[in-house]
Design a protein around this ligand. Sequence first.
Ligand SMILES: Nc1ncnc2c1ncn2[C@@H]1O[C@H](COP(=O)(O)OP(=O)(O)OP(=O)(O)O)[C@@H](O)[C@H]1O
Ligand SMILES: O=P(O)(O)OC[C@@]1(O)O[C@H](CO)[C@@H](O)[C@@H]1O
Length: 312
Amino acid sequence: MIYTVTLNPAVDYFLEIDELTLGQVNRSIGERKAPGGKGINVSRVLKRLGYSSEALGFVGGFTGRFIEDALHDEAIQTNFIKVNGDSRINVKVHSEEETELNGTSPEISKEQLQQLESQLKKLTEGDVLVLAGSVPTTLSVCLYQDMISIARKQGAFVCLDTSGEPLDKAIQARPSFIKPNHHELGEMYGVDIKEVQQAIPYAKDLVGKGIDYVLVSFAGEGAFLATKEEMYFATPPRGIVQNSVGAGDSTVAGFIAAMQEGKTDREALSFSVAAGSATAFSKSFCERKEVEEFSQTIDVKKWEEVNVDENL
Ligand SMILES: Nc1ncnc2c1ncn2[C@@H]1O[C@H](COP(=O)(O)OP(=O)(O)OP(=O)(O)O)[C@@H](O)[C@H]1O
Ligand SMILES: O=P(O)(O)OC[C@@]1(O)O[C@H](CO)[C@@H](O)[C@@H]1O
C-alpha cells in the first residue's frame, strides 16, 4: 500500500488577478479551491496515474472537513488524525507572477503525534511511505527523521520531499528517495546552485550517505537522478507554464508510479519529469494520458553523455 503523510494540510485557494498591487484592493477574475499540502497532492496525482493511496496526517475544523470531503469525492482513502484547530488556508495568487501565502498549522498534541507513530508502526515490507511538505514550527525538526527510522525498520520504501532543517536531519535516517529542487539542495550544503553541473557532487554525496535515489529538479531546465549505479539527466518538454503549484509533487508521484510499474531508473526519471511538466502546463494536475505522451518525447541521457554546452 502507498501512504502519504501531510503534517500540515491546507485548503489551497487559487485566485486569478489581472495585476496584483500590494496595499490596494485587488479583485479576482477567477478562483477555485482544492485540498492541498504536498503529501495530499502526491495522493491526488497518484490517483490520476492509476494508483490508490491512503492519505495520513492531521486535519481540523471546517477546512479539515473540506479537505477530507474533497479527497473522498476523488475516491482517495484517508485516515487523518483530528486536531482541534482549523487546517490552514494557503492563498495562491496567479497574476503576472505566482505568489503564495501559506498559513501556519493548528496545534498538534503529543497524543496526536503518538497516534501517527502508531500508524507508522503498522507499515509492512513493500509499503511505500511518502513524507512531503513542511513540518509545523511547533513540532520537532527531527520529526521526519524519527518517522523515517520507524518506517525503514518496518521495511517500507520512504520518499521524502521537504526542505530546511527537517531535511538536513531526515537525511541521517536514510530515506529511500528524496526530491530536492536545486535551491533546496544548495541550502543543504550552504551553497548557491545556479547550474545543473554544480549540483552533481552534492547529489553524489547524498547517494554516498545511503539514499538510494536522489532526484534533483531544476524546473524548466531539467532534472537528474543519481543512484549508486548511474546518473541520468532529463530535459523537460517545452510548454507554457499555467500553474506550477504541485509540479514538484507530481514529479514525486510520477516516480512512485514508475517504480510500481517496474520501470528502469531511466524510464522512471522520464515519467517523473513528464508528470511534473504536464502539471506545470495545466491549470490543475496532470492526467495519465499526457504523462505517457510527454514521457515518450523526453530525452534522458547518462550524465557523462550530456554535452553541457549544447544541452544546458
Ligand atoms: N518551466 C517549466 N517547463 C517545463 N517543466 C517544468 C517547468 N517548471 C517546472 N516543471 C516541471 O516540474 C518539475 C518540478 O519543478 P521544480 O524543479 O520547480 O520543483 P519544485 O520546486 O519542487 O516544484 P513546486 O513549484 O511544485 O514546489 C520539473 O522537474 C519539471 O518536470
Ligand atoms: O507549506 P508547505 O508544506 O511547504 O507547502 C504547502 C503547499 O504550498 O505545497 C503544495 C504544493 O507543492 C500546496 O498544495 C500547498 O499549499
